[in-house]
Design a protein around this ligand. Structure first.
Ligand code: ADP
Ligand code: MG
Length: 392
């Protein structure tokens, strides 16, 4: 039952060095499920450990439940953390592992036992209470680690890649359980770190995408690339980094040149001269600028339908040649050599697969094409404001 407020939080491990975490401002509300996601090494664990009190804070102020906690020990912060490595005590049985934190906190024995039993039932590990961690499977160990956090009834749950050591099926099942547990914990908030975009997209009320410090840059850039509802980041990435990180297959990027700015959008020319008219506002860019067009595989379609008609939502056609096909059961992907580089297109359901080597004109759903300026920032769509980073 606690909010977490980060106010310009930074972390520098080496005196005078490049900050690992820079300028993070974020309010996490009571009851919210917030996910920190980003590539390995971008500072997710560092940020989480600063919230937990396991790492000192170099700059900024951190408040939990409205109280400044920068100088508070982990035990005084109303948080409980679940680690990737489980970190169970090998010489204690499951019941003792679950109760360890309660003993430290001097919770009366009968009350502690009630809480342990309740959590063990909730996690379906009540038949394992007398076993040692080495007598458990990986999935059971992770449940005990989660249970150890639950019994403490903290205001804030912190998770650092808790599913990374589980196999795929168990990962999915435990992911659903974590979502359900969070809902059952009323107003407790959860902060969850992962490098896995599927976990982030499925668990998060709000997703915070972190980016690593740029190599060799003179000025540190803020660690948060974008934050907001998962689908907002997916549909409206603010820059090339966000666009390229979210989505599988990765978004197609096509180099282009800005040719013309018009009332109804802009015209960009691809490497082979193909011109696309797109409903995007050319704010702060000039004719002749190098821009990047971004199109997801599901938005890149065969240019003509099977009945030979044109789809009015589609852009001007682009010439490509089929390099490879992947049939995944629920979808087929066509790998194409296109203007300016490789492209991937997800074939619409029922569309006959082209042959490898065949010429294959494709077109993009005009409203779904992203245009990035020479600095890699997304240009706004016509009639739409860009999502500003929702820090609250
Ligand atoms: P993530 O969890 O996103 O993979 P981390 O927060 O673990 O990233 O690490 C971010 C960066 O900080 C990495 O480059 C890592 O090497 C560095 N780092 C982490 N812990 C320390 C430490 N105790 N001392 C110095 N550098 C560290
Ligand atoms: Mg980490």
């Amino acid at each position: 039952m606690a909010s977490v407020e980060l106010d310009r939080i930074g972390k520098t491990y080496v005196d005078g060095g490049v900050p690992t975490v820079h300028d993070v401002t974020l309010d996490i509300a009571e009851g919210e499920f917030c996910v920190f996601v980003g590539p390995s090494g971008c500072g997710k664990s560092t940020l989480l450990r600063m919230i937990a009190g396991l790492e000192t804070i170099s700059s900024g102020e951190m408040r939990i439940g409205g109280r400044r906690v920068n100088e508070k020990a982990p035990g005084e912060r109303d948080v409980a953390m679940v680690f990737q490595s489980y970190a169970l005590y090998p010489h204690l049985d499951v019941g003792e592992n679950l109760g360890f934190g309660l003993r430290l906190a001097r919770v009366p024995k009968a009350d502690a036992q009630r809480r342990i039993d309740e959590v063990a039932r909730l996690l379906q590990i009540d038949h394992l209470l007398r076993r040692k961690p080495r007598e458990l499977s990986g999935g059971q160990r992770q449940r005990v680690a989660i249970g150890r956090a639950l019994v403490r009834r903290p205001g804030v749950f912190l998770f650092d890649e808790p599913l990374s050591n589980l196999d795929a099926a168990l990962r999915q099942q435990t992911r659903l359980e974590i979502a359900r547990l969070h809902r059952s914990q009323g107003r407790a908030s959860s902060i969850y770190v992962t490098h896995d975009q599927v976990e982030a997209m499925t668990l998060a009320d709000r997703m915070v995408l972190l980016q690593p410090p740029p190599p060799g840059a003179l000025l540190p850039q803020p660690s948060v690339a974008q934050c907001g509802a998962p689908l907002t980041l997916y549909r409206r990435p603010r820059n090339l980094f966000v666009a390229g990180f979210l989505g599988s297959p990765r978004m197609n990027f096509l180099p282009a040149t800005l040719i013309e700015r018009r009332e109804d959008g802009l015209v960009a020319a691809l490497a082979d001269g193909t011109r696309l008219t797109l409903p995007v506002r050319a704010d702060g860019v000039n004719d002749g600028d190098a821009v990047t067009l971004g199109v997801r595989a599901e938005h890149l379609r065969p240019a003509t339908r099977r009945d030979g008609s044109d789809d009015p939502r589609l852009s001007e056609p682009m010439r490509t040649q089929v390099q490879w096909l992947e049939h995944l059961g629920d979808q087929s992907l066509a790998y194409l050599a296109g203007p300016g580089g490789a492209l991937v297109s997800r074939l619409p359901e029922g569309h006959a697969a082209p042959a490898i080597g065949e010429s294959f004109p494709v077109a993009a759903l005009r409203d779904e094409v992203h245009v990035f300026d020479p600095r890699g920032e997304a240009l706004p769509r016509l009639h739409e404001e860009l999502d500003t980073c929702a820090a609250r």
